[in-house]
Design a protein around this ligand. Structure first.
Ligand code: GLU
Length: 414
């Protein structure tokens, strides 16, 4: 896939990524995972970062085309597929919603025997087994094809890493047996764990992770291929779990320092998402004690702090949605709105109209809300404006909406 030519050196976004990588490279701590023997063979110095915007623009620094196994980063994407197949109620009758606060391979089962969440091993083995297909091979192919759709290219299996984990993955088989005993695992242990080991051994690059994250950031639509991989609802649900459970037993500190929904894997990758803006992929194989890439964590911490990416960042007062508020000769009022209209913009509109009418908008015999300079109306705002226009508002006056681009209808019909 061609890298956007705008994203080369000299581009301020690429330069910022280069600088983040340079500072992340100062981290010397951590060790490559070796409990899956084949993982220990990777070059520990590989380092990469990529970002893909929801418009499909790609930026990279370092070894962004170096391949490594996706490992646990497969979990949120397979969870998304399970949600798409079965819906929230069915999936979550098998697996919980809560961060475990324990290592990735812990025996985190609730009193009913359900794994704490779908992003730790016990939960991911169950989630993977929920995917419907006639044979294990067909199930892996479904998983591979959906993860490939997220990435926008065909992902391949690393047979050696798969075989290595299959030979040594006794703890995961034990988790399979425990979930089977509790009634949470919907099929046999060998069947479930082999497909799980295969999904973990899919090869990706930092650029792939950025694209997969960008697809979640873009409400489930891959921003380059334009394929709707999952619905916007499933993308949001997946990001919710990544926010609370994505970083093993460091999810709390991650929310505090980075504040982006994310998922890491013992192969050294991390995917992080800024909803509505972009996906980021980082790769560096040395892991900290929690199993998260040490340099990758530093890179995303720096990126978040320098570019104000924390989910809970307060982005200061938005520009007023009111372009002009004029009282007409007949005592009516015309309010011209501009830009993006969301719930809080309508709240401000209602407040300002009341104030202009001396506290009682019923005094304004008619109110015209002009959307000509508006670029988009959100769903909540559209509902409120429609209610106002239908005369169900507390305003008392007749409300007329001028909407030449039919933005209300677009918002209300999706
Ligand atoms: N395949 C690995 C395992 O189950 C994934 C672990 C991880 O990346 O956290 O042990």
């Amino acid at each position: 896939m061609p890298i956007d030519p705008a994203g080369g050196a000299g581009n301020p976004v690429t330069d910022a990524l280069e600088e983040v990588l340079r500072r992340a490279a100062e981290v010397q701590s951590g060790a490559v995972a070796d409990y899956i023997p084949e993982l220990a063979l990777i070059d520990p110095e590989l380092l990469a970062i990529s970002a893909t915007s929801v418009l499909g623009h790609q930026y990279s620094a370092g070894s962004s085309e170096a391949e490594f196994t996706i490992q646990s980063i497969s979990k949120p994407f397979v969870y998304a597929l399970a949600l798409a197949d079965l819906g929230v109620e069915e999936v979550h009758s098998h697996v919980g919603f809560e961060p475990s606060g324990e290592p990735f391979n812990a025996i985190s089962l609730d009193p009913a025997g359900r794994p704490a969440n779908p992003l730790i091993n016990a939960g991911a083995i169950v989630t993977s087994a929920l995917i419907d297909a006639p044979t294990p091979q067909a199930r892996f192919e479904r998983i591979r094809s959906v993860l490939s759709a997220f990435a926008g290219r065909e992902l391949q299996l690393d047979e050696r890493v798969y075989a290595s984990e299959s030979e040594t993955g006794h703890r995961n088989r034990a988790l399979g047996h425990l979930t089977l005993a509790a009634g949470a695992l919907p099929r046999g242990v060998a069947d479930a764990t082999e497909v799980y080991f295969q999904q973990c051994a899919l090869l990706v690059t930092a650029a792939d992770l950025a694209m997969m994250g960008a697809t979640l950031a873009n409400a489930g639509v891959n921003p380059v291929t334009n394929v709707e991989v999952v619905t916007s609802e499933v993308a949001r649900q997946t990001l919710s779990l990544m926010t609370s459970c994505g970083m093993y037993d460091r999810a709390g500190e991650w929310a505090f320092r980075v504040g982006m929904p994310a998922k890491s894997g013992v192969g050294g990758g991390i995917v992080a998402v800024k909803p509505g803006q972009f996906g980021v992929g980082v790769f560096s194989p040395r892991l900290d004690e929690a199993g998260n890439s040490a340099r990758g964590t530093r890179a995303l911490t720096l990126l978040s702090q320098e570019f104000e990416l924390n989910l809970l960042e307060h982005h200061h007062a938005p520009a007023s949605p009111i372009q002009e508020l004029a009282v007409t000769a007949s005592g009516g009022m015309t309010v011209s709105l501009r830009g993006e209209i969301d719930f809080i913009a309508v709240e401000q509109l209602v407040h300002d109209v009341r104030e202009a009418a001396g506290g009682d908008p019923a005094d304004a015999s008619s109110i015209t809300i002009d959307l000509t300079a508006v670029t988009r109306v959100g769903l909540a705002a559209a509902r409120l404006l429609t209610a106002a226009a239908a005369g169900r508002s507390a305003w008392g006056s007749t409300v007329q909406v001028v909407d030449p681009s039919h933005l209300l209808a677009v918002a209300l019909t999706g």
